[in-house]
Design a protein around this ligand. Structure first.
Ligand SMILES: [Zn+2]
Length: 519
């Protein structure tokens, strides 16, 4: 599952090609050089994903997915699957992809992709943790490195091109793009499949990682059941994950055996545990609806989500503790309906549904309540109304990325541009790779006529997305602005600008040199 559209047939296993002399160093060992080479391939792919219109940075959904992802990475570390050197070398970064198909995949260098379709299809964070734990394990167990070693006759540049081609081909309803990337890449895709042994190892290690991270072991079998059902119903291209991860009876049996073993050991779920799991499902239902909408279901799709929310029997009301399946379904439907109505610019309906969502009693669950408040702010922003969040005097109270960025937009709507730049300056100092924050900061500076800073923030946002030549253009433009107006120049700003320009310049040179070597 390096990527999506691989055929059902399993790839030949390790016997096909040993580590021969090629342009890649031997990746069998986790040598510094090997990891660095793999990371370079990953960076090249990541740079293309950032520029792909289907790449989506939705802070609310990204925070939610990070909340599942980070505990998995931490568990892999604690279990000793992820050692310090590899953690340092690789990116461990997840990309959300605006695609309705059910897919998740690992890429070289510790990059991962997650289709919105998968977020929408799974029923709980545990099911998502099962998929992500499996993908994470492909990387910690160095399966990708081993596969790259088998590709020793291909240059790193060709491998990156091949994987990008496979990614394009894996998008739903996009069979034509497979032809665009050329026959060679398509033919080579099948050589980049994981072996059966690697899949079994990723299942085994991934299961340990997800349960150690505190997720329910049943998530794994539930996910398998979901995939099996889907496979029985159809395979019209919306389940590329199945094609790269064929469900053998053996895989299912092994998963069931593992779950039974763990459940036998674990005590009967306590009421507290049930309440926790209910809260998690409640939040998940809302995020699954959000994923459906962000995957751009079209006007009819949005309308049917609004209708679904409006059909909800109001009498059910009020959240039970622990949340019942009806509560979970209602919360998901109302969140989806409210957000969908806002996309359709039917703000009155959006507000009504949002009110019903609040009346459900979800305010008692802080994380869920926070998510609903953010939706309220988003609806106001879409409606062109200044949200109440904009009048908050204590902007530094926002802590999550989604809160900070949403509140920054609210403040922007209220013309409190200096409050935006003050808050985001602190934020980007801590999160220098947050391209969206840099973009917002650029806008806030621009509206304060701080043009040099605005151009530099724009440059930083390009650099954060690994587009070094675009970044360099802008850094140089900012230097030009500073030279043309020496009286308004500030010394500190000037020296930051010079340092960053030099750093990015050397990255551009390095990349150009590496490109030559890698071809
Ligand atoms: Zn796999």
């Amino acid at each position: 599952m390096v990527s999506a559209n691989f055929s059902l047939a399993q790839a030949p296993t390790t016997s096909t090609a040993g580590p021969t002399s090629g342009s890649l160093p031997s990746l069998g060992e986790t040598s510094e050089l090997a990891a660095a080479a793999e990371r370079r391939i990953g960076d090249r792919i990541a740079a293309s994903i950032y520029r792909d219109p289907d790449y989506i940075d939705d802070p609310v959904l990204a925070d939610y997915v990070q909340g599942i992802w980070l505990p998995l990475v931490a568990a892999a570390r604690t279990r000793g699957e992820l050692h310090a050197e590899l953690e340092e070398r690789f990116a461990w970064q997840l990309f959300l992809i605006r695609d309705r198909s059910i897919n998740a995949f690992a890429l070289p260098g510790g990059y991962f992709g997650l289709h919105l379709g998968l977020v929408a299809a799974v029923g709980s964070p545990d099911e998502m943790a099962a998929v992500l734990g499996h993908e994470l394990s492909h990387v910690t167990q160095r399966h990708i490195s081993r596969m790259l070693t088998q590709q020793a006759r291909q240059t790193p540049w060709m491998i990156a091109a091949m994987l990008l081609g496979a990614l394009a081909a894996g998008k739903s309803g996009d069979v034509a793009s497979a032809a665009i990337v050329g026959g060679q890449a398509v033919a080579a895709q099948n050589q980049l499949n994981f072996s059966r042994d690697m899949e079994r190892e990723a299942d085994r290690v991934g299961f340990g990682v997800m349960t150690d991270a505190g997720f329910e072991s049943r998530g794994m079998t539930a996910m398998f059941e979901k995939l099996q059902q889907a496979a029985r119903l159809n395979d019209n291209g919306s389940f590329p994950y199945l094609r790269s991860h064929p469900l053998t009876t053996e895989r299912i049996a092994e998963a069931q055996a593992r779950v039974q073993l763990v459940s036998a050991e674990a005590a009967k779920p306590t009421r507290e545990k049930e309440i926790e799991s209910g809260k998690a499902r409640l939040l998940h239902a809302m995020m699954a609806s959000r994923a459906r909408i962000l995957a751009a279901p079209g006007v009819d799709g949005l309308r049917s989500m609004v209708a679904e929310a409006q059909r909800r029997p109001v009498s059910l009301a009020h959240l039970q503790s622990p949340a019942t399946p009806e509560n979970v379904r209602d919360a998901g439907a109302l969140y989806g309906g409210a957000f969908a109505a806002a996309q359709l610019r039917d703000f009155a309906v959006a507000k009504t549904l949002l009110g019903q969502l609040k009346a459900l009693g979800t305010q008692d669950v802080p994380q869920v309540a926070g998510t609903i408040d953010l939706l309220g702010t988003e609806i106001d922003l879409l409606a062109g109304v200044v949200p109440p969040a904009a009048s908050s005097t204590d902007i530094s109270r926002a802590t999550s990325r989604a809160e900070v960025l949403t509140q920054a937009q609210a403040l922007m709507a209220a013309n409190r541009v200096q409050a935006v730049s003050d808050r985001l300056q602190t934020w980007v100092a801590l999160h220098p790779k947050d391209a969206m924050a840099w973009q917002l900061l650029a806008t806030a500076y621009g509206r304060q006529n701080q043009n040099i800073r605005a151009v530099r923030a724009d440059a930083e946002s390009r650099a954060a997305q690994l587009d070094y030549s675009a970044a360099l253009d802008r850094f140089k433009a900012a230097q030009g602005l500073m030279r043309s107006n020496p009286s308004g120049a500030d010394y500190v700003e000037g020296s930051i600008l010079d340092t960053r320009t030099r750093q990015i310049e050397s990255l551009v040179k390095e990349q150009a040199l590496q490109d030559k070597l890698d071809r």
